[in-house]
Design a protein around this ligand. Structure first.
Ligand code: DAH
Length: 348
């Protein structure tokens, strides 16, 4: 039997099987398929070669070519399974995650105790119709002192030494500085009533001790209207004390002095620890100092744009840290600004 070289099926078969064995990736297998089994591949070409054979060899050759094609095809599929399995195993190994590792801790944040108390205080006043008014920490001498009836030589300034940034600007010593801003911004040139609370940090140049810091939080209140009276002030503060410290709370007003109020009072609440019986916290008096307050001084009303003959107001200002220390039984105010996680984590 004469067969042209490329029609030597035994040789073709051994070349093909060699190529298949050598194909060790999906890409190489693809290439094998294209070379041997695809319509443009060797087996198709062999079938086309049938015509060049003597007639009596054609039937047998055709059968052998078909057999070769079938064999290569089934070997190809087997090989493909092997490669697929191997490649999958390799991928799984490469992408493996060790799920037995403990997960990373997700630290939960916490509100600072000052923030907690501050929010409660603001919430109580908001329930009474006060809105929150923010004013700058860097103030002018005028807003912090002058317009609040404390001219340059006023002795009350001695109690509030502050940090000056230059001749005119300073860090506010109290939230009262925002009173003038609130009246000027919300009062529409003295024609509209104002009912705001002003929260935030204040600063004083003081010795740092267990009881005092150079920074602390205050909440100021200001209500201006046409017929505001001292009894309104007392009613609001009593309601505040009861909403924050319980329905049995009592308040006490003592005469006092502030340059920006007339008359002025100091307001105490029944000691929240001993209910008035006398203890270490209230120094056996049964009362705790809560805040300073009074009727807005006519000069201050005028500086805010109001005609003091027609408008009146009351104001109050309280420190927040003192309540925080009492509430959580913290004995040193410095802890509140120390950023020590051992303290902060207790509020999670
Ligand atoms: N600003 C005062 C202080 O820091 C507190 C204060 C007293 C505020 C009386 C007021 C007030 O609004 O009427 O010591």
């Amino acid at each position: 039997m004469t067969t042209p070289d490329d029609l030597d099926l035994a040789a073709q078969q051994s070349t093909a099987l060699g190529a298949l064995d050598a194909a060790d990736s999906s890409e190489a297998l693809e290439a094998f398929y294209r070379a041997w089994l695809a319509p443009s591949g060797v087996t198709t070409r062999l079938k086309r070669g049938i015509g060049r054979l003597p007639a009596e060899q054609r039937a047998a050759f055709g059968k052998d070519v078909n057999a070769l094609h079938t064999e290569l095809e089934s070997r190809f599929h087997q090989r493909r399974e092997v490669i697929k399995t191997r490649e999958l195993a390799a991928r799984i190994a490469a992408e493996a995650r060790d799920v037995t590792l403990p997960s990373r801790p997700r630290p939960a944040g916490a509100y600072h105790p000052v923030t907690l108390v501050m929010r409660e205080v603001l919430d109580v006043f908001q329930r009474m119709g006060f809105s929150v008014f923010e004013s700058p920490h860097v103030e002018t001498d005028d807003y912090n002192f002058g317009l609040l009836n404390m001219p340059a030589d006023h002795p009350a300034r001695d109690m509030q030494d502050t940090f000056y940034l230059d001749g005119e600007r300073l860090l506010r010593t109290h939230t009262s500085a925002g009173q003038i801003r609130a009246m000027r911004e919300l009062g529409a040139s003295g024609t509209k009533p104002v009912r705001v609370v002003l929260p935030g940090l204040c600063y004083r140049n003081e010795n740092i001790t267990t009881r005092s810091e150079i920074q602390f939080h205050q909440v100021e209140g200001l209500l201006v209207g046409r017929s505001v009276r001292m009894s309104d002030l007392k009613g609001v503060l009593l309601q505040y004390a009861r909403l924050l410290f319980g329905p049995e709370q009592r308040v006490r007003l003592r005469g006092s002095y502030f340059p920006f109020t007339e008359p002025s009072v100091e307001v105490d609440i029944r000691c929240t620890l001993c209910a008035g019986n006398g203890c270490r916290v209230c120094k056996q008096t049964g009362w705790l100092e809560l805040l300073g307050a009074g009727m807005v001084h006519p000069v201050v009303l005028a500086n805010g744009g109001y005609d003091p003959a027609e408008w009146r107001g009351f104001a109050f200002g309280m420190g927040i840290e003192r309540t925080v220390l009492q509430r959580y039984d913290i004995h040193d105010i410095r802890y509140l600004f120390g950023n020590d996680l051992r303290l902060l984590q207790q509020f999670r």
